[in-house]
Write a protein that binds this ligand. Structure first.
Ligand code: HEC
Length: 150
């Protein structure tokens, strides 16, 4: 019974595209950046989380336009320069670069969803905003599941 359940669980994780992260074994790929760049990247990460928190705060205060600006500036395509993305990208495996692009695109699309919601303040457009926000968090997770730097 047990091996079957185990196999089933593995198959489910594979089909969901998830890699198992357990105490016994860490299946994330280790990516080696020069030390100073690792520090820089982790500082960016803390800012990513802060940005997400601020976005939710602005949305809950009814300041959709401010939420959109934070997403674009801190997580979106226009944040790439600020994060020194070009330097980091040289050290990244393809999959990690793709996850980064996924995040930046999701953040830019979030801005558009928020703008659209302003023009059509209906239930569906609110759902679109939540969907766009989840696309952002899914992109965070896509990279975190696959890679580590230490
Ligand atoms: C392109 C890959 C990638 C994307 C996209 C990404 N991260 Fe990360 N993040 C990492 C890696 C790699 C680490 C380091 C993991 C490790 O080795 O401990 C990390 C670490 C972190 C940390 C811990 C920082 C520390 O000082 O310990 C936070 C917080 C974080 N990420 C938040 C986010 C949030 C929020 C998002 C999405 C808005 C995000 N990240 C998107 C790759 C990514």
């Amino acid at each position: 019974m047990k091996p079957i359940r185990f196999a089933l669980c593995g198959a489910l994780m594979l089909s969901a595209g998830l890699k198992p992260v357990t105490a016994a074994g860490d299946s994330r790929e280790l990516v080696k950046f020069p030390a100073i760049m690792t520090e820089h990247m982790l500082a960016n990460m803390l800012d990513h989380l802060r940005a997400l928190d601020e976005i939710i705060g602005e949305l809950s205060a009814g300041n959709a336009d401010k939420a959109a600006t934070i997403a674009e500036k801190r997580l979106g395509m226009s944040s790439l320069e600020r994060h020194g993305a070009a330097h980091l990208a040289k050290f990244m495996p393809e999959g990690m670069k793709a996850a980064g692009t996924q995040l930046h695109r999701a953040a830019s699309r979030f801005r558009i969803a928020v703008k659209n919601a302003e023009l059509a303040p209906e239930r569906e457009s609110r759902h679109e905003v939540f969907k766009a926000m989840q696309n952002i968090t899914s992109a965070c997770i896509a990279c975190h599941q696959g890679y580590r730097v230490r």
